[in-house]
Structures are given as structure tokens and as C-alpha cells.
Design a protein around this ligand. Structure first.
Ligand SMILES: [Zn+2]
Length: 408
């Protein structure tokens, strides 16, 4: 057996072992997110869609609508994939047939994707979805809960609103006039359909009145109030609900958070939105970093260790201004919490456990004699950083003042 064949044999064996003994791992590595089972929650809606498919009464125009982070786009793509799957199961696409494999990469020739675009510096004058199709596929495969802001950020134009132009609707007409290549249904997904300008909406309306045979329109929208009523009246609306608490807790578990109290708190705060959960988890990392930097800052100031302070200001100074301001906000909150603990004037349970444990020893250094000046100095530092002061210098100056104030 030649070397290549041996390697292929070993790889196939590994694949089969993982598939048989660790099916969850196998699915994680071999599927993309666009299957029903990978869209969190929405059990009732999935049931309705499966029933529509089994009864063969799929409407030719649909809108999947719901709040940001609820899985609207994932649901539309999972349904399109299911409808075109060559061997669909009772509750999901097979994920192995030729159609599924192409859908997994969002590269099926009968799957057309339309989304808001923006003009880029030195970019195409009148861009359409096809101009940025590879970047959009990449963004959606990475996270199908993608928001419009995240997409614009990916294009490098986060201040833009994005648009679906008249030229785009001409392209839609052109694509739909072609015969389908291989699929049962030719699918046109229009993500953030409320971004269609009136002229583009008018063109789309004409196609919706006389849809080409075997064509399905799946629009995805957050705000149906901004879609022409004449379009809405020709489509079936599917409301995608917020992710239920149980599904949200499972998602949190998958992120490696096993503390049931913390998971419960996060599930409540995320209000059924995957994007909100992501934000909360990112903030959590930032808060924990800021807390450790505050502890280090106070220790260096207390000694005082000026060489250490220099190093500290270098590290904090290398972060962006918004992050430095966020650190100073955390510092102000911790100063307030430590004063409350010292004078026993309020509810110290408001501090998270890790911070409370540290504050038991530190709080005696924050008292009515220095708290006003400390508060002022941290507040002023934040203002100077906001007004483009040289942050390393501002933070070093703050450290010297803090060192003095901790001894008063
Ligand atoms: Zn399939």
C-alpha cells in the first residue's frame, strides 16, 4: 500500500471511530450551523415548518421575522436545506447528500443570497450582494445569528446602514429567469429585507405577483413595519420567538459555564437573544481583566513600586481608549463598593464573590477622608483620556496621586 493510501485508510478509520463512538463530536466537526438542530429553541416553529414540508404546501413567499439574535436567518437556511435535501429525515436534513454538502458551504447553485451592502472606499461604485458574497458566506458560517452591525463591521464600514438597491432587484430578476440547475426548489434568501429601497421593493413585488415555478422567496427581517404592505400581504409570516430559557442554558453550558447560578443569571439577562449572550460573555471577560488590573494597580500604588507602575501603564496604555475608560469605570465602581464595605453603609452583596473576597482586606484603605479625592482623580483621568490626552501619562499621574491618597 502506498503512503497516500495508508494515510487515507487511517483517516477514514479515525472518522468512523469518532462517528460511532462520539456522535456529538462528529456532528460538531462535520456540520455547519444551518440545520434545524443547530438553531437554538423555536421548537414549535420547527414543527410547523416540518409539517408544511410533509404536506407539500410550502408557500412561495415567506418572511422569517423576530428580534436580533433569535436565529431567523439560520431557520430560513435550515428550512431551505431541508426542502432540497435528497434524503430528509423526520426532523432534519440528512447532512450527507450532494445538496446538503453544497448547502453546508452556502454554495448551492440554486441558492441565491441577497443582503444589504455598502460602498467601500476605492470599491465598486454600485455594489450588489455578489460583490461581497464570499465575505458574507464566511460571516454567516462563522455565526448565523449575525447582526447588520456585525456585517457592516466585517465590511469595514460600521457607520453605514447598508442598502439593497434597484440594481440588486434587477439581478434577482435575472437569476430567477434561469432554469434551476439541479435542486427541487430554487431559493432566494433576502436577509434584512427591510433594507430594500422603494424601487427595489417595487420590482420584487412584480415577481411575487407572478412567481416563477419552483421558486421560493425567504425573506428575513427584524422590522416588518418597514416592508411594503403589498409585499407583506403576498407572503406568509413566520415569527421566530426569543430563544427559550432551557435552550439558552444549554448554549451557556456549551460555552463552558457550568455554575448553575451564573448560567441562570446569564440566561435571564440575555432575554432570549444569542447576540446579547455573546455580548454578556465578552463583557464578563473584560470585567474580570479590569478587576485584576485594578488589584495590581492598587498594590503597586500602595508599595509604591514605580517601575511596576511604569510597566502597568504600558500595558493599559496599549489598549484602546474605550477600554481604558471602561477600566476607569470599573475602578470607580470598586472604590464605591470598598467605601460601602468599610463604613458598613449598604449592601455589599452587590459585589461579585471574587471582588468581595479581595475587598474584605482592601476596604480599610478607602474611607471618607480620601474617597472624594480618589473619585475625582479617577473621573478626571477618564475625561482626559476621552479628550485625547496621552493615556500613559494620564494613568501614571493617576498612580502617583493614588499612592499618596492611600496613605492618608
Ligand atoms: Zn441531505
Amino acid at each position: 500500500m502506498c503512503k497516500c493510501k495508508k494515510l487515507f485508510f487511517i483517516l477514514t478509520l479515525c472518522r468512523d471511530v469518532i462517528k460511532n463512538y462520539f456522535p456529538d463530536c462528529f456532528n460538531q466537526f462535520t456540520t455547519c450551523d444551518m440545520l434545524f438542530r443547530n438553531v437554538a429553541g423555536c421548537h414549535e416553529l420547527k414543527g410547523n415548518l416540518l409539517q408544511i414540508a410533509s404536506e407539500n404546501c410550502v408557500p412561495h413567499a415567506m418572511i422569517f421575522t423576530g428580534r436580533p439574535g433569535t436565529g431567523k436567518l439560520g431557520m430560513a437556511l435550515a428550512f431551505a436545506r431541508y426542502l432540497n435535501c435528497e434524503a430528509p429525515g423526520a426532523d432534519d436534513a440528512c447532512n450527507e447528500c450532494r445538496s446538503c454538502r453544497k448547502y453546508a458551504k452556502l454554495e448551492h447553485p440554486d441558492l441565491h443570497l441577497v443582503f444589504p451592502v455598502a460602498k467601500l472606499k476605492n470599491g465598486e461604485k454600485d455594489p450588489v450582494s455578489d460583490t461581497y458574497i464570499s465575505r458574507w458566506r464566511e460571516a454567516v458560517l462563522e455565526n448565523h445569528y449575525l447582526s447588520l452591525y456585525m456585517w457592516m463591521e466585517k465590511l469595514g464600514v460600521e457607520n453605514s446602514q447598508g442598502f439593497i438597491s434597484i440594481r440588486e432587484s434587477q439581478q434577482i430578476m435575472k437569476k430567477l429567469s434561469l432554469k434551476s440547475f439541479e435542486a427541487r426548489y430554487k431559493v432566494m434568501i433576502i436577509w434584512m429585507a427591510e433594507k430594500m429601497n422603494p424601487a427595489a421593493s417595487g420590482k420584487l413585488l412584480k415577481i411575487l405577483e407572478e412567481p416563477p415555478a419552483g421558486t421560493l422567496f425567504m425573506m428575513v427581517a427584524e422590522d416588518t413595519g418597514r416592508i411594503l404592505p403589498t409585499i407583506l400581504s403576498r407572503t406568509q409570516i413566520f415569527r421566530v420567538p426569543p430563544i427559550d430559557k432551557g435552550s439558552m442554558q444549554r448554549l451557556i453550558g456549551e460555552k463552558g459555564i457550568n455554575d448553575p447560578d451564573k448560567a441562570g443569571r446569564l440566561a435571564k439577562l440575555s432575554e432570549g437573544s444569542y447576540l446579547k449572550l455573546q455580548e454578556l460573555l465578552e463583557e464578563g471577560d473584560e470585567n474580570s481583566y479590569n478587576f485584576s488590573m485594578f488589584v495590581k494597580f492598587m498594590r503597586l500604588c500602595f508599595i509604591p513600586d514605580f517601575a511596576g507602575i511604569m510597566q502597568w501603564t504600558e500595558e493599559m496604555g496599549a489598549r484602546g481608549r474605550e477600554r481604558q475608560k471602561h477600566f476607569l469605570e470599573t475602578a470607580l465602581r470598586l472604590i464605591r463598593g470598598n467605601l460601602i464595605m468599610n463604613v458598613k453603609a449598604g449592601d455589599i452583596d452587590l459585589l461579585p464573590d471574587e471582588e468581595k473576597e479581595w475587598s474584605v482586606k482592601f476596604s480599610k484603605f478607602i474611607h471618607p477622608g480620601n474617597v472624594h479625592t480618589l473619585y475625582d482623580e479617577f473621573g478626571k483621568a477618564s475625561l482626559h483620556i476621552e479628550h485625547n490626552g496621552y493615556s500613559r501619562l494620564v494613568l501614571f499621574d493617576l498612580a502617583i496621586k493614588t499612592a499618596r491618597l492611600l496613605k492618608t
